[in-house]
Design a protein around this ligand. Structure first.
Ligand code: UDP
Length: 323
């Protein structure tokens, strides 16, 4: 298929583009490079630099590329930032997403795979999290992703657009060539690995008084290559709906730090900081629906194995991509 991948120069997008190319698809990446990197794009994929805020530009891209499907990664995705600057999240995640849907309708493109998030569930009453739990986003990031999911439902009903919304848990790890490089890094694993690389003296633990076994937040870390594989299978026309993508296992911040120490062989000092706004205590997926309907299952389930792939990439790219 010819697939337009928005945000294909970003962390998860770049790994998915690689997987799509391996599966024989033709890929055009649409990215404004605000978070993405040219060097993160597979050498055989085409890049169009553009912004989802530019509806006319999007119409031109669809007319020229004539994609058969869209995979939509492009978004702002930081919980903390969304609580300080909600306008950015509504503008890019909701407004930009709306433009994308309008351009799809105008061009007659009827399939979209969307990067959603477990943040749509907020602080769940029960764990693990199934797709049936109520939506109660605890931060603006999750709210904007939920808003786009709701838009998808109406565009399906009114315009016949078929969609798959993947609610990711915590994307982590790397593949040989492509890994995690945010210009301002806020994520746990890369920040902890910076200490092992000698780029930081200590890592920070945001909150030690959560109602979890060791008081630090628990997350379900899912390897990017497992996420990418789910996206490729979602291009099948028979697949639609909402799916959690996680391993079903949770690890606390302290357990992640311990795994990083084990993998790197370095002592990683940490300092306890106040809680970060909008962080739920525990988020762990029930991935049974994806297994049942898509035959999808995470291959990486041990946190050490996930951290090892991240460590391999960061050691090869100690300052990330060149751009
Ligand atoms: N976290 C932390 N120190 C850091 C970065 C993150 O303690 O330097 C915590 C954060 O509060 C959350 C978990 O680690 O509980 C995962 O955060 P991350 O930003 O990696 O992903 P998120 O869960 O926000 O998508």
């Amino acid at each position: 298929m010819r697939v337009l991948v928005t945000g294909g120069a970003g962390y998860i997008g770049s790994v998915c583009v690689d997987e799509l190319m391996r599966a024989g698809h033709e890929v055009v990446v649409f990215d404004n490079l605000s978070e993405g990197h040219r060097a993160a794009i597979h050498s055989d994929a085409r890049l169009i630099v553009g912004d989802l805020g530019d509806l006319e530009g999007l119409h031109r891209v669809f007319a020229e590329v004539k994609p058969q499907a869209v995979i939509h990664f492009a978004a702002n995705a930081l919980v903390g930032e969304s609580m300080a600057n909600p306008g950015k999240y509504y503008r890019n995640n909701v407004g930009g997403g709306l433009n994308l849907l309008e351009a799809m309708v105008a061009a007659g493109v009827s399939k979209i795979v969307f990067s959603s998030t477990c943040a749509v569930y907020g602080i769940p009453d029960t764990l693990p999290i199934t797709e049936e739990l109520p939506f109660r986003p605890a931060n603006v990031y999750g709210e904007t992703k939920l808003t786009f999911e709701r838009m998808l439902r109406w565009y399906r009903q009114i315009h016949g657009i078929s969609f798959v919304a993947f609610r990711y848990f915590n994307a982590a790890g790397a593949i040989d060539l492509f890994g995690e490089h945010h210009r301002i890094e806020t994520h746990l694993i890369p920040n902890v690995l910076k200490v092992a690389l000698g780029q930081a003296k200590q890592c920070e633990i945001f909150g030690g008084d959560y109602p979890t076994p060791d008081g630090t937040c628990v997350r379900d870390y899912i390897h990017v290559s497992d996420l990418a594989a789910a996206h490729v299978s979602a291009l099948n026309p028979d697949v639609s709906g909402y799916y959690n993508l996680g391993t079903g296992h949770g690890f606390s911040v302290r357990e992640v730090i311990a795994a990083c120490e084990k993998v790197t062989g370095a002592k990683i000092p940490s300092v306890l900081k106040p809680r970060r706004a909008g962080d739920p205590p525990s988020l762990v997926a029930d991935p049974a629906k994806a297994r049942r309907d898509l035959g999808w299952q995470a291959h990486f389930t041990r946190i050490e194995d996930i951290v090892q792939t991240a460590w391999d990439w960061h050691r090869q790219h100690p300052t990330g991509y060149s751009d």
